[in-house]
Structure formats: C-alpha cells, structure tokens
Ligand binder design. Structure first.
Ligand SMILES: [Zn+2]
Length: 430
C-alpha cells in the first residue's frame, strides 16, 4: 500500500474514539468560553463543559440549525476574537441571508489536510495534474479543491466551471490526470470530448464530483466517454469547513468520513433519537477541532445511512452512504418515516419505468392511511406488462421502506414536467 501522508496513525476503533472524546471535550469548553451564543444555549439546556465525560454525553448537548446561522448573521457561532479570523466563506443560499462561516488559520490548515486526505484516498499523488472546474468565489468549492490539491503537492489547474473550449484545450495541452467538477459538468465534458474525438489525446484517469447527486447510468456514461478509470464523490458542506469531509475509496463501498475531525450522528428527524445502524437518518455533525465557528450537533438536513461494517480497503475510517436527500422532504405513513429520495432510488432500479413519479397520500374510509405511487411507463413499452411491473415495484418498496403501497403505471409524458424542482408528494390526509 502506498504511503499516505495525510492519514493519521490511528490503529483501532478505541483509539479513534479517544480522539473523538478529547475533541468533544475541547470543543464544548471552547464554545462555552468563546461564544455567547453557545454559552446561552448550554445554560438553557442545563449543561456545562464538565458534564461531558463520555462520547454518549453528546446527547446532553442542544442542537444547532441553519436558522441559528441566519440569526447570528454576519458572524454566526463565532468563538474566537476577530484578530484570529483569517477568512470567511459563505454558502450560496437561495433565500434570505447567506450562511457565513469564519475560519482561523488552524481551521484552514485542518480543512486542507482533510482535503489532501480525500485526494490521497482517491489515489492521487504529487505526480497528478488536477483540473479544477468548480466555482471560485466566496463559496468553499474552488479554493478548497485548489488548496487541498496544493497541500497534497499535486499540480492545480484552476479553471472554474463552464468554458468548455478552454476545458478541452487544457485537458489536451496540460495532460490533466484528474478533473474536479459537478456530475452534470462531467457529463457535458464527456460528450464534448467524445464529439471532438479527443479521447486518445488526453490523459484523464479520475473524475472527482462535488456534492451533486449522480445516477449510476450517468457515471457509466462519463467513464465510457472520457475513458477514465474511476469516479469519486467528495462530501462536505460550508458549515463543516467545505468540501473534503469525506470521499469514497477505490472499493466504492461507501463514503469514508473523517471521524477524527467530526462526530457524525444519524438521527430520526422527528424524534431526534438515533436511528438503528444502517437505517436512514439526518446527518448531525459535531466538530472536534474547529476554532472560529465550532459546530455542536448541527442539523444538516441531509439524509444518509451509516454503513455498519468496515470497508474491505482496511481503512479505520467509518463510512456512510451517498447523500440520499433532505429531511425536509420526509413524510410519515403508518408510523414509518419515508423519504421521496428513497422511493426515487428504488424506482431507478427498474428499467421499465421512467424517473418521473408522484406520491399520493390519502386517508381511507377505514381511517387508515394509504399511499399510491404513480410512475411513468418507459417510452415504447407494452402497457400489457404494467400490472406485473407494478407488482414488483410495490414488493421492492415493501421490502426496503417497510410500507405497503399501490403502484400505478401511467403513460409516458403524462406526469407534469417543470424546470424547477418537481412537487412529488401530494398529501390529502386532513
Ligand atoms: Zn475503503
């Protein structure tokens, strides 16, 4: 195995947990002493830094939310004096105030170490040439991908998104070996490289995606057209430094996340209790080393599940699944939490139906709740098979989501299309 410079020398789960406990104690005390916001929150919750004696004590701590960041605008959660702050970043929020996060020099260094570790996990070395086609500006993407690359010692080619002509020229002239971009940008590039017949003149080996979700079909197409060996998914959010909080390794059994920098809890978004291992829950993060804007039980609203077994690569770092959606979209039927993204994932496994769907929730005359899934028949398929296909989809949903539902297959193109995010769930229960 190659030497991994940005991998800590942690040998056991116990050793990792000890690092987490020390980090948790430090963070709680630091937040309590440095931030009026946190001190007030802790006092309201009746908890003090001395109450944190084990990792389980994290459950005594109050939650923080995106609303807290907006309320604290322009410098929310700040826990150090301004003279220690060397940079700010902001998320590209769509409504209201942006989420702004402060960084000390140590925060920046920690972030870049995590990012360099991501690149190493994807098998990059100082020999690599990394074409960075993500957005530069006040957000974390461009600068994170670039400085992380430089931290690793590889060659950064900072180009930003768009500008397909220049992208293609750089791929050829600089012989870039890795491309960092969104999944849709990668698809665009792949089609363009194919159209221009460049595949044999470029040396691209790896593609690293930012946070956007991508389907298996999309990844296959990008691999094939670009001729790359592997595609990786980097995770992260501005509140948690930025991208670089985790990545899948070449085994692709899940996203390894950097548990020496943050604790990840997966909680039921309704009850805020932990979900059983392997079940879908909301990602709640607590940082272990962050100085300027520490996060304590920050509700990300992102959904995923923990992968309860270790990766076959042998890494000590635990894994979570890809991000499956947002907890805001969750609904409850017959006591079961259901996420539209989970249904989405299930129907994408059936070639006989398209990707458009609607979920209808109704209350029957018997007082019980009923769920109907409407999904479009794939173009050109025989409606005579509808009943059989619907039966198999319903069975798969029952098996994986634990909810009975009626599946109705409708004609291709009969569900509404919109350029904005489509409304998927129609809840007619009172
Ligand atoms: Zn692995």
């Amino acid at each position: 195995m190659q030497r991994r410079t940005f991998y800590p020398d942690i040998k056991s789960k116990e050793e990792l947990e000890e690092i987490q406990l020390q980090g948790l104690k430090w963070t709680v005390r630091h937040a309590y002493e440095g931030s009026d916001f946190y001190r007030q929150r802790f006092e309201e919750a009746g908890v003090s830094p001395d109450d944190i004696k084990t990792l389980e004590d994290i459950r005594k701590l109050p939650f923080t939310t995106a609303q807290d960041l907006r309320d604290g605008y322009p410098f929310p959660l700040r826990a150090v004096p301004f003279e220690k702050i060397v940079r700010i970043h902001a998320s590209s929020g769509t409504t209201g105030k942006r989420k702004v996060l402060c960084y000390t020099q140590k925060d920046i260094d920690d972030w870049l170490d995590m990012f360099a570790r991501c690149y190493e996990t994807a098998g990059l070395t100082p020999e690599d040439r990394v074409q960075i086609a993500v957005g530069y500006g006040v957000w974390t993407a461009g600068v994170g991908f670039q400085l992380g690359c430089e931290r690793l010692g590889a060659m950064a080619i900072p180009i930003g998104p768009g500008n397909i002509d220049m992208q293609c020229q750089f791929l050829e002239d600089f012989q870039s070996t890795a491309l960092c971009c969104t999944a849709s940008m990668a698809l665009l590039m792949a089609e363009e490289v194919d159209r221009r017949g460049l595949r044999d003149r470029i040396s691209l080996k790896k593609v690293i995606f930012g946070s956007e979700r991508s389907s298996e079909a999309m990844r296959r197409k990008i691999k094939e057209l670009l001729g790359v060996e592997d595609i990786f998914d980097i995770t992260g959010l501005t509140e948690l430094y930025g991208p670089g909080a985790g990545i899948d390794c070449p085994k692709h059994e899940g996203i390894h996340y950097w548990a020496d920098y943050y604790i990840l809890e997966l909680l039921d978004p309704e009850t805020l209790e932990p979900v059983p291992p392997g079940e879908v829950g909301e990602m709640v993060v607590t940082t272990l080393k962050k100085e300027a804007a520490p996060l304590i039980r920050y509700r990300t609203r992102d959904l995923t599940r923990l992968i309860p077994h270790p990766c076959s690569c042998g890494s000590i770092f635990p894994m979570h699944d890809r991000i499956l959606g947002r907890s805001d979209d969750m609904f409850i039927i017959r006591g079961v939490n259901v996420y539209p993204s989970h249904i989405d994932e299930i129907i994408s496994g059936f070639a006989e139906v398209g990707s458009e769907y609607q979920i209808i929730l109704e209350r029957g005359a018997d007082g019980k709740d009923y769920m109907t899934l409407k999904v479009e028949r794939e173009r050109g398929l025989d409606p005579a098979r509808d009943e059989e296909v619907a039966g198999r989809i319903a069975e798969e949903i029952k098996k994986r989501v634990l909810v009975s539902c009626r599946v109705q297959i409708v004609d291709y193109g009969s569900l509404p299309r919109t350029e904005r995010k489509s409304k998927r769930v129609f809840d007619y229960r009172e």
